[in-house]
Write a protein that binds this ligand. Structure first.
Ligand SMILES: [Zn+2]
Length: 241
């Protein structure tokens, strides 16, 4: 029953999106995930690829930091969704010694490495780039995860990272490992978030040894935010080893 409902909802979303690509045709907004142009993102979603603002920030950050201009890339993408995987495959050059690894803790569609990010069985200095988007807030021992990312990046390698900032102007990350999981929703606004990340979250990467570059969407010009369908609540960091 659950699967019939899943396919029904997927069909309904696709049909609605198909109609919306026509209703909202135009040239005011641009989805960098799929290159769709239109008059607006209805309810924040791209009607062509179904992306939300937080996902579109990946493509914005890749372009902003010029990450897709390398000849070949060895990319480790952590806990990716389908739209993100499609975007990476179309955006980066994985030929001639490049590589696209997709890691999750559980076996899932198109995942080729099933491992725990805090205990990677991967040799040192294997990757040029790691992308991890709204994942670290689910991992209790995130310092271990960050140090594993540092270890498997080559010197000069980069990590493109975002976490939700809750609320969006929180300055200092709040975490208390004595809070039971049943209280996460009430305290961290999500049943699976083990901390409320703040704008200082990047400091955890600097503690491990990374250098930071930052995109605060709220600091971008309003025309840019509107054009690319971003959310002022979001932050992206590029960390260099
Ligand atoms: Zn799109």
């Amino acid at each position: 029953m659950a699967s019939i409902l899943y396919y029904y909802n997927r069909f309904r979303t696709r049909l609605t999106n198909k109609i919306n690509t026509h209703i909202y045709s135009g040239n005011k907004v641009h989805c960098e995930m799929c290159e769709w142009h239109g008059s607006k993102f209805p309810k924040g979603r791209c009607p062509n690829c179904n992306s939300l603002p937080r996902t579109r920030l990946i493509a914005f950050a890749v372009n902003h930091f010029k990450l897709n201009q390398q000849q070949q890339v060895r990319l480790l993408h952590i806990a990716p969704n389908r739209a993100e995987m499609k975007y990476m495959s179309e955006t980066f050059n994985f030929n001639n010694g490049g590589q696209y690894d997709r890691l999750d803790i559980l076996p899932k569609y198109k995942i080729n490495i099933v491992q725990d990010l805090t205990k990677l069985q991967i040799e040192d200095e294997q990757y040029d780039l790691i992308i991890i988007w709204h994942v670290l807030e689910h991992i209790p021992n995130d310092y271990k995860a960050i140090s594993e990312m540092y270890r498997v990046l080559r010197p000069g390698g980069k990590a493109l990272v975002s976490v939700p900032i809750v609320p969006f102007d929180r300055e200092i990350t709040y975490e208390d490992d004595t809070i039971p999981k049943e209280k996460y929703k009430e305290i961290h606004s999500h049943p699976d978030h083990c901390r409320s990340c703040g704008l200082d979250y990047y400091k955890r990467f600097e503690t491990i040894g990374f250098n930071t570059e930052e995109i605060k969407v709220i600091a971008l010009p309003p025309q840019t935010i509107n054009k690319y369908g971003l959310s002022e609540k979001h932050v992206a960091w590029l960390f260099a080893k």
